[in-house]
Write a protein that binds this ligand. Structure first.
Ligand code: SF4
Ligand code: SF4
Length: 314
């Protein structure tokens, strides 16, 4: 597995980061045990860091799966606004992941300088935690061009996790060219960058080689998080990245697992999920929510706000 250095001063990690949203209860694609077994399989193959978040609700799953791999690094994130909320989020992660020191901790979904300003207390607490040795590397995740630019200028920031794919799908405030310019700006400062949604939430899986080659071609992006929920997907992705031939049976198995957002027919039409969708992919049709499959990137964020558990990625 190719090893990369995250930015100018970041750690060395595998080019692939295991995106654990795909095995988490938030997406609910697999059981906790199945998910842990897929993760362990990926770690055996040389993936040596894992992306998670407080809202994925899977710290216990990761703690169990990484017991035999204490060297594997875990990157988590939270929406904390105040210093107290950040302290609580860090404590929760340390306790539930059973780690004295957290490898990485990010502010989740930061859209702009304004959003970061609103989270400044939490950010300062994160910096203090870094100084105290509670966390090694800090940063933000973002679906926005302005988020990347603002993150790059954030004092003490080590890493940015932006959305990036060759069609610019999922960027909430601009186009692909603008995102590339923002990434270049951050990279010049020396920030480490690992991309998310390189397959555009499933929309670009018809040409996965192109998706990988594109991300690799972007100067300043060192790594990518790939969501995997089966051993076949692990094999498929690792073969893809190594440039080796993918057996047709494996290709068919993985390609046939096309996903979509399922809306249960007991939806009450309350509209809460519409506000939670960063892509504007949901709208009300009568008393039921409808999904625009072209706009949906299968992030699963809408599911967590539905009081009736109507939304699920299947
Ligand atoms: S509809 Fe839900 S899963 Fe799709 S992009 Fe919006 S929040 Fe994400
Ligand atoms: S939050 Fe749930 S119940 Fe409310 S509109 Fe969305 S899917 Fe329907």
């Amino acid at each position: 597995m190719r090893q990369v250095k995250l930015g100018l001063w970041g750690p060395v990690v595998s080019e692939v980061c295991f995106g654990s949203l795909a095995i988490s209860p938030l997406q609910g694609r697999v059981t906790e045990e199945e998910g842990a077994s897929v993760l362990e399989y990926a770690l055996e193959q040389g993936v040596n860091w894992i992306d998670t978040a407080e809202i994925y609700d899977n710290y216990a799953q990761l703690a169990a799966a990484t017991k035999a791999y204490p060297e594997v690094q875990i990157i988590s994130k939270a929406y904390s606004v105040t210093a107290l909320e950040m302290r609580q989020s860090l404590e929760k992660a340390r306790t539930a992941l059973n780690r004295e020191t957290l490898d990485f901790f990010l502010l989740h979904e930061q859209e702009s300088a304004l959003t970061l300003k609103g989270h400044s207390e939490a950010w300062e607490e994160l910096r203090r935690a870094k100084e105290k040795g509670i966390v090694r590397w800090i940063g933000i995740s973002t679906h926005a061009v302005a988020g990347v630019r603002a993150g790059a200028l954030q004092p003490g920031l080590d890493v940015i996790h932006p959305i990036l794919n060759y069609q610019g799908l999922g960027i909430i405030d601009g186009n692909l060219q603008e995102m590339l310019e923002a990434i270049s700006f951050a990279a010049e400062i020396g920030v480490g960058i690992y991309a998310m949604k390189i397959f555009g939430g499933g929309h670009l899986t018809h040409d996965p080689g192109k998706a990988v080659d594109f991300v690799r071609s972007v100067q300043g992006v060192q790594a990518m998080a790939l969501g995997m929920s089966s051993r076949e997907e692990v094999d498929y992705n690792l073969l893809l990245l190594s440039g080796k031939d993918i057996p047709p049976t494996l290709r068919d198995k993985v390609r046939h697992r096309e996903r979509k957002l399922y809306v249960a027919d007991w939806c009450q039409g309350c509209g809460r999920c519409l506000e939670a969708c960063p892509q504007g992919a949901l709208h009300l049709r009568g008393n039921l929510v409808a999904v625009d499959p072209e706009a949906c990137i299968l992030c699963g964020y809408c599911g967590r706000v539905c009081p009736h558990f109507c939304l699920k990625i299947v």
